[in-house]
Every structure is written in structure tokens, then in C-alpha cells.
Design a protein around this ligand. Structure first.
Ligand code: F6P
Length: 542
């Protein structure tokens, strides 16, 4: 076996396919196979996945499956689910899938029954949420909680805010959840300015409990609370913590009885189904949170047990590799036709880009190929009136995922049917376009005709589910987690560390005193940064 997957005959075979592929058009692929729309479709749990409008053929798919074999994808899946320390640079297991194992399952990792641990925390979260939802948990002055403010950033924010927004229709509407993440003080200011401290509960979420943004916001939130309630004892009724670091939580002044733990084998961007999801659990209640976990688990089981050729997350991950590495795509659009999923692309950005934005292989060698596509998107139909022009007639290859639901959460007149006709129309227009002959036949003026040609051949995957429910959301997130994993395996990178964000954090801590010092600081940074500091200080009167 060659040293790297990219040295293999399987890799070269795909390069060969890619060279030939510029001549292939989706119109021809559909014309030559009338069954393509049904043949290139699969189901996982409640998700119907139509991948027929992708730039793939039976030969390309077979070559991708061969590549997966060469990269030992099946073995890597088994290793992840078994709790092997596949996060080699941090010497950790990667076990977010254990967070959604049913209570009667068993998984012993590093000598510890993780399922029992997971359910112990879930039970405590459920009992706490019951009290907040029923009004039994009151604030310091005896009033019930009306607003929950989640303070966290990255994985300690993006998952909860995405899921809260996605499942708002399932939430208890007399409790609002807000999210503060940015160290820009306007975030905390705007999210608290109209709140009554006596009815506000803060959840401080930080895996490490060392993150500058979160701890600074948490300290200021405590000042804001105490400015009104004027009694340190109020903190116990208005602050709870979610973390893996009990010592730091105690240092901060939060009673560890009010702490919900998780484990180092849960990466931040994979942590929504852990205690990090506490705000979501309070919003939707423990039964519906359990439905979300069950949805995740259905897709986990499919990924764990299904041969690669029929394994939907593996298939979609391999197709992404095909675009990114072999056809040269740089980005990937995710276009949910569901307003409730308006933070889904932002969530996926961390999941996919923090996971696979790497350029060094597991053994330390630099990669020699493209990794980590740039994920972006907005809900339809808003995106149609903003950036779809570039998708339809621009020069770039941008695979896009269209996510839609047959049943609306709110049936108002004909709106949902109109909405979904847009969903269906777009993937057709992107794939098949409109030829010059068709445009001319419509009587378009000759000089305008070329501008109205729609080249087509723009690839899309359609994911259609019956309804956006807690379970469906869990399924969708698990699907993308495993797609991301698959890509990381083929690229031979560690999808579970994030060393790239460390340097900026260190430098910010070093620069902070220079902004605030009474005397002009030493100009020992680079000339650009020195000049910017001078200008900033002048504007601040320093
Ligand atoms: O930005 C890097 C990161 O470590 C993310 O991976 C993580 O989700 C985020 O910071 C927040 O970290 P923590 O939960 O430890 O505060």
C-alpha cells in the first residue's frame, strides 16, 4: 500500500475521471438514463436524499467507493464509534455519537461507562429544565424565569442558537432564550438592555471555561445582575454553568451544584447534544430534546452499520471530495428552504471549516491537494434574490445542498406550496438551464439572447424531509457531522483539533495591555499593527 491515499492508484483514477468530466453535462446524464432521478436517491431515517443532480456517474461513484476503501473509511468509522483516540494531536477519543446512545446501550471507553455518565447529566438537565419551565425555579426575588441568556462562543453558541431557532415552534413561548457570544460589548448590551435581572437566568457555556469572550461576558453579566439585585447570593439563582472544567467554574464563583458537565471526548462543534444544549432543552423540554437525540442516533446507526456503497453520509462526503479535490470547487452552498433554519449555514461553517480547514496530514506531512471547502448560505427564497445569479450564470463551480420540508410548521394560504415550488424550480434551473436555441425560440432579441442563456450543469443535492421536527433536526446535524468525518478521512487530516485558532487568541491577550496602557506602549509589533494601535489610542483619547 502506498504511503498516502493521494499516492494511490484509486486517487489517480479519479484524477483521470476529472480530466474527462469537463465534457459531461447533467442534461446528457439525465437524457441517457430516464431512471436517474430515482436511481440516484437514498433514504436515511426521515431524510430523502436526491443526489441525481450531481456531476457523477456510476464510474465516478465506483471510483469514489474504491478511494474510500483505500482510505479505510469503514475501519475509521468503527474506530470513532468504539472510542479509539482518533484525535491524535490531543490524544482523545471522539465520541459525540455516545451523547445520543439510548439509556440501555453500553459503551465502556478508557474504563468508564460513558452511557451511564451521559444519561446522568441528561437527567439532571431534564430535572432542572422542568423546574425552570414550570416556574418552580425562581430567581432571587422569588419571580419565575422569563429569559434565559446563553453566554458562549463557537461550539458553545452556534449549535444552541441554531437549534433554538430551528425548533422555536416547539418551544415554550413564555420563556425566551437569547444568545450572547461576541466580546463586542454591544452584544451583551443589546441582549440585556430590556431585561429584568430578577427574571433572567444566565447559562455560561464553555468547554474549557478559559475562553476570553465567554468569561468576560459572564463577568459583565454578573455585574449587570448585581447592580440591581445587590446581593452576591443572587448569583446562585441566576447563573448556571456548562463545562468540562469544574475547577474553573468554581473559581468563577458558580456553585458546581449548578454545573452540568461533559467530557473532553466531545469537541466544541459537536457538543449541541451534550449539556451545551441546555438552553435548547429548557426551550423545548426534555421529551422533545430526547426526540432530537433519537434523530441523531438513527443517522449514527446508519453511518456505523451500512456498507459504504449505501451509506448516505459517506456517499455525500465522497461526492464533496470529488468536487473539492478533483474538480477544483472552492465552496459549498447550503440553502435551507426553511426560515427556522436561518442559522444552519453559520452552524455548519464551524462544523465543517473548523474540522477540515487543515493542511497537514495525520503523520505531519503537508497535504498536496485541496481540503476543507468554504461553507456558506442563506435560507431560500431570500438567497434567490441575492446571490443565486452567480450560482446560475457565474463562472464558479459551487455545489449546493437544498434542504426542504413537505409539511410546513404553519400552513398559511398557499404560501408553503409556492415556497416549495421555488425549492424545486431552482435545482432544475441550475441543472438543466436554458440553451441559446431555447432562448432564441422564445423570440428574444439576438443581442440579448446570449445574456439570457442559462448554462446549467450546476450540481445540487436535494434533502427532503416530511417536517422540521426535533428528530429531523438531529438527523440533519448528524448527517453533516458524518459527511465532515468522511472528508477528513479521505484527506488524512485530523478533523477534531483546531490549533489554527490558538495564535490569534494568544496575540489578542498580548496586545490588550497596549490598547489600555496610560503611557504610549513600545512599538515592538509589526509596522502595520503599531500604526493601527496609535490611531486607535488617539481615538480613545490615550
Ligand atoms: O474557537 C476555538 C474554540 O476552541 C472552538 O473550537 C470552541 O467551540 C470555542 O472556541 C469555544 O470554546 P469553549 O467552549 O471552551 O469556550
Amino acid at each position: 500500500m502506498s504511503e498516502h491515499v493521494s499516492d494511490s492508484a484509486e486517487w489517480q483514477a479519479l484524477q483521470g475521471h476529472a480530466e474527462k468530466f469537463s465534457a459531461v453535462h447533467l442534461r446528457d446524464l439525465f437524457d441517457s438514463d430516464p431512471q436517474r432521478g430515482e436511481r440516484y436517491a437514498a433514504e436515511v431515517a426521515g431524510l430523502y436524499v436526491d443526489y441525481s443532480k450531481n456531476l457523477v456517474t456510476d464510474e465516478v461513484l465506483a471510483a469514489l467507493f474504491a478511494l474510500a476503501g483505500r482510505a479505510r473509511l469503514s475501519e475509521r468509522i468503527t474506530a470513532m464509534f468504539a472510542g479509539e483516540h482518533i484525535n491524535v494531536t490531543e490524544d482523545r477519543a471522539v465520541l459525540h455519537t455516545a451523547l445520543r446512545l439510548p439509556r440501555d446501550a453500553s459503551l465502556v471507553v478508557d474504563g468508564q461507562d460513558v452511557v451511564a455518565d451521559v444519561h446522568e447529566v441528561l437527567d439532571r438537565m431534564g430535572a432542572f429544565a422542568d423546574k425552570v419551565r414550570s416556574g418552580e425555579w425562581t430567581g432571587h426575588t422569588g419571580q419565575r424565569i422569563r429569559t434565559v441568556v446563553n453566554i458562549g462562543i463557537g461550539g458553545s453558541d452556534l449549535g444552541p442558537v441554531m437549534a433554538y431557532e430551528a425548533l422555536k415552534d416547539y418551544s415554550q413561548r413564555d420563556i425566551e432564550v437569547r444568545f450572547v457570544s461576541n466580546i463586542d460589548p454591544t452584544d451583551l448590551y443589546e441582549k440585556t438592555r430590556d431585561l429584568d435581572p430578577a427574571t433572567t437566568l444566565f447559562i455560561i457555556v464553555s468547554k474549557t471555561f478559559t475562553t476570553q469572550e465567554t468569561l468576560t461576558n459572564a463577568r459583565e453579566a454578573r455585574n449587570w445582575l448585581l447592580a440591581t439585585l445587590e446581593d452576591d447570593a443572587a448569583v446562585a439563582k441566576h447563573f448556571v454553568a456548562v463545562s468540562t472544567n469544574a475547577a474553573k467554574v468554581a473559581d468563577f464563583g458558580i456553585d458546581t451544584d449548578n454545573m452540568f458537565g461533559f467530557w473532553d471526548w466531545v469537541g466544541g462543534r459537536y457538543s449541541l447534544p451534550s449539556a451545551v444544549g441546555l438552553s435548547v432543552l429548557i426551550a423545548i423540554g426534555k421529551e422533545q430534546f430526547a426526540d432530537m437525540l433519537a434523530g441523531y442516533h438513527q443517522v449514527d446507526e446508519h453511518f456505523r452499520t451500512t456498507p459504504i456503497e449505501r451509506n448516505v453520509p459517506a456517499l455525500l462526503g465522497l461526492i464533496n471530495v470529488w468536487y473539492d479535490t478533483f474538480l477544483g470547487a472552492q465552496s459549498h452552498a447550503v440553502l435551507p428552504y426553511a426560515q427556522y433554519l436561518h442559522r444552519f449555514a453559520a452552524y455548519l461553517q464551524q462544523l465543517t471549516m473548523e474540522s477540515n480547514g487543515k493542511s497537514v496530514r495525520l503523520n505531519g506531512d503537508r497535504v498536496t491537494y485541496q481540503t476543507g471547502e468554504i461553507f456558506w448560505g442563506e435560507p431560500g427564497t431570500n438567497g434567490q434574490h441575492a446571490f443565486y445569479q452567480l450560482l446560475h450564470q457565474g463562472t464558479k463551480l459551487i455545489p449546493a445542498d437544498f434542504i426542504g420540508f413537505s409539511q410546513p410548521n404553519h400552513d398559511i394560504g398557499e404560501m408553503h406550496d409556492l415556497f416549495m415550488s421555488n425549492f424545486l424550480a431552482q435545482t432544475g434551473a441550475l441543472a438543466f438551464g436554458r440553451t441559446l436555441e431555447q432562448v432564441r425560440a422564445e423570440g428574444t432579441k439576438p443581442e440579448v439572447a446570449p445574456h439570457r442563456v442559462m448554462p446549467g450543469n450546476h450540481p445540487t443535492t436535494t434533502i427532503l424531509a416530511d417536517k422540521l421536527t426535533p428528530s429531523t433536526l438531529g438527523q440533519l446535524v448528524a448527517l453533516y457531522e458524518h459527511i465532515t468525518f468522511t472528508q477528513g478521512v479521505i484527506w488524512e487530516i485530523n478533523s477534531f483539533d483546531q490549533w489554527g485558532v490558538e495564535l490569534g487568541k494568544v496575540m489578542a491577550n498580548q496586545l490588550a495591555p497596549k490598547l489600555t496602557a496610560a503611557e504610549p506602549p513600545a512599538e515592538d509589533a509589526d509596522s502595520s499593527t503599531n500604526a493601527l494601535i496609535k490611531r486607535y489610542r488617539a481615538a480613545r483619547g490615550r
